[in-house]
Design a protein around this ligand. Structure first.
Ligand SMILES: Nc1ncnc2c1ncn2[C@@H]1O[C@H](COP(=O)(O)OP(=O)(O)O)[C@@H](O)[C@H]1O
Ligand SMILES: [Mg+2]
Length: 271
């Protein structure tokens, strides 16, 4: 499905991503972990073609992504939806218009200028918001929503693009533990229901363990672990995080587990 081969990115003499090979055969939910500066964002950005690789190739369903130019590259960027830590919404614009922005790539400039959206797109946007449990927020300005709600709007906008894969770069890093859980549950559910490949950069190990079928550990631009969460022992984690004997997983924890309380389940139920 997705094949990343000998992919590298250098910024001057700094190698951010160093000969990375990753093969994905079916739509998994993959977590990429590693400490800050390990190359996680650069890797995702190359898949989305926001950053040009120095060497190597990326193919998706047989198509050479790294070779796409112009309109073909923009079409790929629409199919490969990106979710960011800081949500990247238009703060003063209402929620439903933010979601409709996910259709921008297939609308004319004139239609965009006059905010003319086809009725079926508006219906779809509302349906997606309903699916994410935030339809009642549709008329509000994005900036009036909580961080967790804003991130779900960003996920809705991504779904509006009818993506083939979703890339999420630390989607929960700015959220409190309860909202982090709601957002991760949403991503997991979309992955399962839509059979979508989701690749998610996470800086905490426990989140990757809990939500992902496969975990990729990066250190200094290289993949140092690639396997099922069960294979991720403390010794392996220590290697990924470059920590010494005193390393404890708690240091990489967002303490999501401690939130298995009834009120959280209630919050999850409306996602
Ligand atoms: N645009 C850039 N220019 C120069 N160096 C960069 C740039 N983007 C990332 N880097 C460097 O590449 C390395 C990997 O960064 P990044 O991919 O952001 O890591 P992570 O997301 O794992 O924290 C870091 O050393 C970072 O400083
Ligand atoms: Mg990053």
């Amino acid at each position: 499905m997705l094949k990343i081969a000998a992919l590298s990115k250098r910024f001057g003499d700094k190698t951010a991503v160093d000969r990375v090979d990753i093969a994905v055969d079916n739509p998994q939910m993959i977590g990429i972990i590693g400490r800050s500066g390990a190359g996680k964002s650069t890797l995702l950005r190359m898949v989305n073609r926001l950053t040009e690789p120095t060497e190597g190739s990326i193919t998706f369903e047989g198509e050479e992504i790294t070779a796409l130019r112009g309109a073909a590259k923009r079409a790929w960027q629409a199919r490969c939806a990106m979710i960011f830590q800081q949500f990247n919404l238009v703060p003063r614009m209402d929620v439903v218009s933010n979601v409709l922005h996910g259709t921008l790539n297939r609308r004319s400039t004139l239609a965009t200028m006059f905010n003319l959206y086809p009725k079926e797109d508006i219906h779809r946007a509302i349906e997606i918001l309903e699916r994410l449990g935030i339809a009642e927020q549709a008329p509000k300005r994005a900036e009036a929503l909580s961080g967790g709600q804003q991130q779900r709007v960003a996920i809705a906008r991504a779904l509006m693009q009818r993506p083939r894969l979703i890339l999420a770069d630390e989607p929960i890093a700015s959220l409190d533990p309860m909202n982090a859980q709601i957002v991760m549950d949403s991503l997991r559910r979309i992955h399962e229901e839509d059979d979508l490949l989701v690749i998610c950069n996470l800086h905490t190990l426990d989140t990757a363990r809990r939500y992902c079928d496969r975990v990729i550990g990066m250190r200094d631009g290289r993949v140092v672990f690639d396997g099922i969460p069960e294979a991720l022992t403390t010794a392996v984690a220590r290697e990924i995080y470059g920590a010494g004997e005193d390393f404890s997983e708690a240091a990489t924890s967002t303490a999501i587990e401690t939130l298995d309380k009834p009120e959280i389940r209630a919050a999850e139920a409306c996602v």
